[in-house]
Design a protein around this ligand. Structure first.
Ligand code: 5RP
Length: 225
């Protein structure tokens, strides 16, 4: 199976955990896209009754187009289960997210969820975090100064730009700065430093967030707890 087939496999597997009446958090990214398709199919075929909270405008639009009821996070009390993708997951279940520039809303949804599940193909499993550039969502105002500070700190930052060299904008109209770290020895210490930088809205380290990881392997989906 190639990577997209593994993504579809875990997307199909994850929706088996969704029960009637649940409030479900929907992540973002290409793996989640398959999962939302599979969820829409359950809603249409089985009459599954759920309410969804989306972590990006893209996911909200996809879910609505499939007949899934989507509510704003501020309209609901707590999410039962959030299913999201990830860019890296370490041996001790810490993660990097934000490859799709959605980690701010993803983190807000995750911390307001009773359970969090990540769905990934096996290429996302790593021993140590850091090979994947760590995304920061930053306020545009003063962002060149934030970049300079991060450079001084030795974090090798770069603004994320699209193919036309335009700044990538998040759904909150913020910029993304990616940190090219190589390895992250102590994600908790790094998170503390990043949380203290004025202008950084949120970083893509998701620490002690996930409960279950579904990995797509050549032998089928595997649940890790
Ligand atoms: C978006 C994310 C995604 O979940 C992450 O980038 C994984 O994406 P994909 O499933 O496309 O590999 O964090 O901000």
């Amino acid at each position: 199976m190639e990577q997209n087939e593994l993504k579809q496999l875990v997307g199909n597997e994850a929706v088996k955990y969704v029960e009637d009446g649940m409030i479900v958090g929907l992540g973002s990214g290409s793996t989640v896209r398959y999962m939302v398709d599979a969820l829409g199919k359950r809603v249409a075929d089985e009459g599954l009754h759920i309410t969804a909270v989306a972590t990006s405008n893209f996911t909200a639009n996809q879910a609505q187009s499939l007949g899934i009821t989507v509510k704003d996070i501020d309209e609901i009390d707590q999410i039962d289960l959030t299913i999201d993708g990830a860019d890296e997951i370490s041996d001790d279940f810490q993660g990097i997210k934000g490859g799709g520039a959605a980690h701010l809303w993803e983190k807000i949804v995750a911390i307001n969820s009773k359970k969090n599940m990540w769905i990934v193909d096996e290429s996302k499993l790593v021993h140590q975090l850091g090979a994947f550039p760590l995304p920061l969502e930053v306020i545009p105002f003063g962002s060149t100064h934030v970049l300079a500070k991060l450079e001084q700190m030795g974090y090798h930052p770069s603004f994320r730009k699209d193919d036309n060299q335009q700044y990538v904008l998040t759904d909150e109209k913020n910029y993304i700065i990616d940190l090219h770290l190589g390895t992250i020895d102590d994600p908790f210490a790094l998170a503390k430093v990043l949380n203290g930088i004025v202008g950084v809205v949120e970083h893509g380290l998701f620490l002690n967030v996930v409960d279950t990881v579904i990995v797509g392997t050549q032998n089928g989906p595997k649940a890790l707890n």
